[in-house]
Design a protein. Structure first.
Length: 124
């Protein structure tokens, strides 16, 4: 009986998000891993972590990633950054991010050939 209560509690707790967006965090953009942000000013590095398991129970990977992203976005305004980018994938509930200030940055000139093929979506 006790193990059933523990299992149900773990399932209910895993559905909850313990991380809330802080003021200013909702204005921070998230850049994809590998996106070129060389036109932006690097403001610093952020390391965030959350519990990725509750005892023997592993939490949902997407929920853990979402909470780590929210934590990184919450830290960015303190570094006067408006964009964050993950440096690597999640490892044991920890993830490293870089913070950038991209507002007002001059975009890098496109050096691709104008002869490059372009893919266009089909119209219905």
């Amino acid at each position: 009986m006790r193990s059933i209560i523990l299992l149900v509690s773990a399932c209910v707790l895993s559905a909850c998000s313990f991380v809330k967006m802080a003021p200013g965090g909702d204005e921070v953009k998230v850049a994809a891993i590998g996106k070129d942000l060389s036109a932006c000013e690097k403001r610093g590095e952020i390391t965030v972590s959350v519990k990725d398991r509750l005892g023997p129970y592993e939490r949902d990977v997407l929920r853990v990633k979402d909470e780590l992203e929210v934590l990184a976005r919450n830290e960015a305004p303190g570094l006067k950054a408006d964009t964050v980018q993950a440096v690597a994938e999640v490892n044991d509930g920890t993830q490293k991010w870089r913070a950038y200030r991209c507002a007002g940055a001059v975009p890098v000139k496109n050096t691709e050939s104008p002869d490059k093929a372009v893919t266009q979506p089909l119209k219905d």
